[in-house]
Design a protein around this ligand. Structure first.
Ligand SMILES: [Zn+2]
Length: 435
């Protein structure tokens, strides 16, 4: 038998068994207890865990329009470094991704970067204004084959517009990803509403502003029998609504960000805008409710809401600062720390919440497949026992607004494999440009 292209030797599969994963071309051709043949490249992965390549359903890549904050290429590098083999580019670019032309441009930039799959998300409404539906059909029919639509950053707050959008996407099996934030209840809001916001003199952002939209939209999705996804859930009350909706058989899925699984609103006492994010950091009780809901499957997936911002947008007064934080390069470590090391979730469940399910919600071909013969070779190899220190000056993103600067985190991404090729080798980007 001739040599195979790549063998990942001795890594632990998500189910806990060690195996050799053999890759030829862009596919896994064998998963065996001990591969005896030749290989062009061998990765010694003893002590490491191999997972299907991570899939992010919520990424802000900022291109076109704000290339100083991030480009499709720099975001792809950050994603690959974080173990991702697919990202979903949110529509709030400039121009907004509300036409076939823009989503095709983003798709093409992703292919040129060649480090992972970039799936463009289309805007629900023209210019994210919440008034008139965008060219949803044209984006769905385009080369980009858009299936996920979102005005993220803005809420589709008009119930009639939301209803029409939910009805429209049914004909091609799409999904509306809602940024649940009642705009009237959150005018000028700066942080979670509570005793702390009052004490700090920062305008509060009540949990009910998020929960009221979630409740309305699960009812709307039920009424028109369509598919709804809730972006970045942050409150215990929101979890209860999703739990209720799922029990009734309503077709809804939900995501949580790594930062909402770890950070709490008391970080605002520092007045450091690095912790200013939309939706805001909530209370410790909310964090525990979110962890529990992710573990029991009420929350389906982890999504990063990676939100790069240039220095000047963050190094200013809290009130003036932009909302958002980086997430791609630290997501897996934060999930390991909060969910695996705490005993709440297995690696199999991590594979499910960060790869299988997001790929399934997005309808992403060739992503989120099991590690078995015949699957596409999209994989990440991590060393869960190694620690690393986050350094904002070393991130691959064009921005540096990570809330974890200086923190020591568990779990190092040693290798990322995209379509059979190593994009990350021993923790370093190994391949740029897929042309
Ligand atoms: Zn959002």
């Amino acid at each position: 038998m001739s040599a195979v292209d790549l063998v990942i030797k001795g890594a632990q599969l998500p189910d806990g068994k060690a195996a050799d994963v053999c890759i030829q071309g862009d596919s896994i051709i064998d998963v065996t207890s001990s591969y005896k043949g030749e290989s062009v490249t061998t990765i010694d992965a003893k002590g490491c865990i191999v997972l299907p390549g991570l899939v992010d359903l919520h990424t802000h890549l900022r291109e076109p329009g704000r290339e100083d904050a991030e480009t499709v290429l720099s975001g792809s590098k950050a994603g690959a470094k974080g173990g991702f083999t697919a990202l979903s580019a949110m529509a709030n670019t400039s121009p907004v991704a509300d036409t076939a032309g823009v989503v095709e441009q983003v798709l093409r930039l992703g292919q040129e970067a060649g480090l992972l799959d970039v799936f463009p998300i289309g805007a629900v409404t023209q210019g994210l204004k919440g008034e008139t539906l965008s060219e949803i059909g044209a984006m769905a029919d385009s080369v980009a084959r858009v299936r996920v639509f979102s005005d993220d950053g803005n809420c589709v707050s008009d119930p009639l517009v939301m209803r029409r959008a939910l009805e429209y996407i049914k004909k091609f099996g799409g999904v509306i990803a809602q940024h649940a934030q009642d705009p009237r209840m959150t005018v000028g809001s700066q942080m979670n509403e509570g005793e702390l916001s009052a004490r700090l003199g920062l305008k509060g952002w009540p949990a009910v502003a998020e929960e009221a939209i979630i409740a309305r939209d699960v009812l709307l999705a039920d009424h028109v029998q369509s598919r709804l996804h809730i972006c970045h859930l942050t409150t215990a009350g929101g979890v209860e609504i999703i739990r209720w909706a799922k029990a009734r058989g309503i077709n809804v899925t939900a995501e949580v960000t790594p930062h909402h699984l770890l950070l709490t609103d008391d970080l605002a006492t520092s007045y450091d805008p690095i912790f200013k994010v939309n939706p805001p950091l909530r209370t410790e009780a909310d964090v525990y409710a979110l962890r529990e809901a992710l573990a029991d499957g009420t929350i389906d997936i982890v999504a990063t809401d990676h939100a790069p911002h240039p220095l000047e947008a963050k190094e200013c007064e809290w009130q003036e600062a932009a909302f958002g934080m980086l997430g791609l390069e630290t997501a897996l470590s934060i999930v390991q720390m909060t969910m695996v090391n705490s005993g709440l979730m297995s690696w199999q469940q991590v594979a499910d919440r960060m790869s299988h399910k997001p790929a399934s919600i997005g309808g992403y071909e060739h992503q989120g497949q099991r590690i078995e013969k015949g699957s596409f070779a999209n994989l990440v190899v991590i060393n869960p026992t190694k620690l690393w220190r986050v350094d904002r000056d070393l991130v691959l993103s064009n921005s540096s607004n990570t809330p974890y600067h200086g923190h020591e985190l568990p779990g190092v991404v040693e290798h990322t494999v995209f379509k059979g090729k190593q994009t990350v080798m021993n923790g370093q980007i190994s391949r740029v440009g897929g042309k």
